[in-house]
Ligand binder design. Structure first.
Ligand code: PLP
Length: 365
């Protein structure tokens, strides 16, 4: 079986293709905090340079204390990984998942993890005409006999934020049908009222609730690779036994501790993303043939059907101008007429809009 992991953010590959230095690429294809990591992350890494002569802490003790304090959860309910991606694959293997339910379009690694482990997936389409809203009863009707139901909240790539009531309703149904509900909150910290949406208060209270928490997006450090899974302690124990003992490197551990302290950076990030998302949305809505969907995270999905261009063509034209945008044709359920754009700083968002205008003008839209 050939499995393709298609994602945005491949600036090294694209820079090599274009013959450009990475620093000259404007990357709108990966959804990372436009402010970058809190400055204390760089200090922590520098201060710990000489520690690389040691193995990293296999139990991530300091990091675990920091995350438990920050999220108000217990250490026995947390496991860390080399990004959430590692933990998705580990979870599927540990549970020996035979069948998973996945509303699409969504993050593609859930399906790939299940299929590469020999399981099957049942995709439940989210309809564009209904703004990709979650049809909970349709999902419920497909649960038996699933091992896992994956929900991404807010959803990548649509940006939809699902209510806690919808998620808790699904959890109840999963509990009664013997399935696990996996809620991936990789982008939830960008939501100003995060406490009104996150399932964290329910972690540990249900033997069927699993939650993913990534430090990649909101803390602006995808290159460090750091993510966590929260869930019932018995499952965390099984995953701990099955994982590589030193799966989280030393810099990720000290960087994570530093990042979780900087409340000011978190606040600034939420404010910037909220303002810039609206600015970008309005700019995109003003471009000929562009229809952005409203989103609640740090990215926007755009229907470009009325430009007459495919997303592959538009992506290519932008690439020639040194701008990477996410061609969404690899997301099941989207076809070849959608792109996804990160929300970045005002200056970058202005340049993106101008580049699109030039490309669309050249394509005579
Ligand atoms: C919804 C979602 N979950 C998880 C991940 C993986 O995050 P990490 O960098 O922590 O592996 C991504 C990355 O794009 C994502 O979009």
């Amino acid at each position: 079986m050939t499995v393709q992991h298609i994602h945005g953010g491949d600036i090294f590959g694209e820079a090599a293709n274009l013959g450009l230095d990475c620093a000259r690429i404007l990357d709108y294809s990966a959804n990372i905090n436009p402010l970058g990591p809190p400055p204390a992350v760089f200090d922590a890494i520098q201060k710990n340079m000489e520690m690389i002569v040691n193995y990293p802490d296999p139990h991530c003790r300091d990091l675990s204390k920091s995350l438990c304090n920050y999220l108000h959860v217990k250490g026995k309910n947390v496991i860390f990984g080399n990004g959430v991606s590692e933990l998705i694959y580990l979870l599927v293997r540990v549970l020996n998942c035979k069948r998973a339910v996945i509303p699409v379009p969504t993050f593609t690694e859930y399906g790939l993890a299940v299929v590469t482990a020999g399981g099957t997936i049942k995709e439940v389409p989210l309809a564009a005409e209904k703004n990709f809203s979650l049809e909970v009863d349709e999902i419920v009707s497909t649960i038996s006999p699933a091992d896992l139901v994956f929900i991404c909240n807010p959803n990548n790539p649509t940006g939809n934020l699902y209510s806690r009531d919808e998620i808790l309703y699904l959890l109840k149904e999963c509990e009664s049908k013997g399935a696990y509900l996996v809620v991936d909150e990789a982008f939830i910290d960008f939501v100003p009222d995060v406490k009104g949406y996150s399932v964290i208060p329910h972690v540990g209270t249900s033997s069927r609730l699993i939650m993913f928490y990534s430090l990649t997006k909101f803390f602006g450090m995808p290159g460090l690779r750091l993510g966590a899974m929260l869930g019932p302690s018995a499952l965390i124990d099984e995953m701990t036994a099955a994982k590589d003992p030193w799966n989280v490197n030393l810099f990720a551990q000290v960087g994570g501790v530093a990042a979780l302290k900087d409340v000011n950076h978190m606040q600034k990030t939420r404010e910037l993303v909220t303002v810039e998302r609206e600015y970008l949305y309005n700019n995109l809505a003003g471009l000929p043939g562009f229809k952005p969907y409203p989103g609640e995270a740090n990215f926007l999905l755009v229907d470009i059907k009325n430009t007459g261009l495919t997303c592959a063509k538009l992506t290519q034209l932008m690439k020639q101008r040194g701008v990477l945008v996410r061609d969404c044709s690899s997301f099941d359920g989207l076809g070849n007429k959608h792109i996804r754009l990160a929300v970045k700083t005002r200056e970058e968002n202005r340049r993106l809009t101008a580049e699109f205008a030039t490309v669309l003008e050249g394509a005579k839209i």
